[in-house]
Design a protein around this ligand. Structure first.
Ligand code: FAD
Length: 284
């Protein structure tokens, strides 16, 4: 299908882009989700503002114990960044799992999280990393924790005049192990269920556990019940298996042609165990 007609502006600066967005224009990043939606007439914006050419949104920087990632950074740039591979391997690993090389070359981390597809991969990793999302408008900036950013299916804390400008991930000293495991939807590569885990152990016991889930429910979430069930417990397979049973607590499962709710529930427990086991191995 052909899209409805629309105006297109490639702004010269972020402030110009923000002024146009304040006037009702819609941001365009990699176009990997927005353009198909426009072709299907699920979205019909009258004016697109192309953020994809703005160097102000395209960077990965290590600053004072945090890594700052511009919203316009592509999945490929995240996948191939030596800085992320060394200091935030979970984001590197997650980016390698997204779609195919064409999607990773065009799609951006800002576009992915703003779109908030319930099966997208980054949200699980950002939940586990306790990342902060920086939102900007022409009148200022605010910072939202990942747990408060993803509200529901295709719904985030973004106001209409705001963009995602940056993702901030803390770097941590010491032996923290991370892992992302997902059950791929065979056609697109999206996560039918995906689990990101981040763990530390001290004296043979779990001293830190953070787990992010995507694909299972209407939006990504931190599996806090699993985290609580593991904290202080022996760092072994038995503890992980017992805690994984809590993975769906308080959440309603998605059900679609790729997986029924019951099947997703089974996948969630399996991928929770796999992600935690792999993260634990990497933490020692
Ligand atoms: P766009 O499509 O340009 O925009 C998406 C939405 O976000 C629009 O509403 C737009 O207005 C808004 N937006 C864009 N940037 C910003 C910003 N900075 N601030 C505020 N709003 C903004 N994703 C996965 O996670 N895993 C997969 O396995 C996967 N497989 C895919 C396979 C295919 C074939 C395709 C086409 C896509 C796939 N995706 C997958 C989605 C892909 O990751 C997209 O890159 C992503 O969803 C959207 O990013 P984008 O930069 O293309 O954003």
């Amino acid at each position: 299908m052909i899209t409805n007609p629309f105006d297109y502006t490639a702004p010269a600066s972020l402030s110009e882009a923000l002024a146009l967005i304040a006037g009702g224009a819609k941001p365009l990043a990699g176009g990997m989700s927005l353009i198909p939606m426009m072709k299907l007439r699920l979205a019909s914006p009258e004016h697109l503002v192309d953020l994809g050419r703005l160097p102000e949104l395209n960077y990965i920087r290590d600053e004072g114990g945090e890594i700052h990632i511009g919203a316009g950074t592509t999945h490929y740039d995240i996948e191939s960044s030596p800085l992320l591979r060394g200091k935030c391997p979970l984001l590197h690993e997650t980016a390698t799992c997204i779609g195919d090389i064409q999607v990773r070359n065009r799609g951006t981390i800002g576009g992915s999280i703003a779109h908030a597809d319930p099966a997208a991969d980054y949200p699980a990793a950002l939940q586990a990393l306790e990342a902060k999302i920086v939102l900007r408008s022409s009148s200022g900036e605010r910072v939202v924790p990942t747990t408060e950013f993803f509200l529901d299916t295709f719904t985030t804390a973004l106001e209409p005049n705001e963009i995602v400008s940056e993702i901030v991930v803390p770097t941590e000293p010491g032996l923290t192990g991370t892992s992302y495991k997902k059950f791929y939807q065979p056609a697109s590569g999206f996560a039918v269920v995906g689990v990101a885990a981040r763990v530390r152990q001290e004296g043979g016991k779990f001293s830190l556990v953070r787990v992010g889930v995507t694909g299972y429910a209407g939006s990504s979430y931190r599996a806090v019940s699993v985290e609580e069930a593991l904290l202080g417990k022996p760092a072994n397979a038995e503890s992980i298996k017992a805690a994984a049973a809590h993975a769906a607590e308080g959440r309603d499962a998605n059900s679609d042609l790729h997986a029924s709710a019951a099947y997703r529930g089974g996948l969630l427990v399996t991928y929770m165990i796999r992600a935690l086991t792999s993260a634990l191995e990497r933490s020692s």
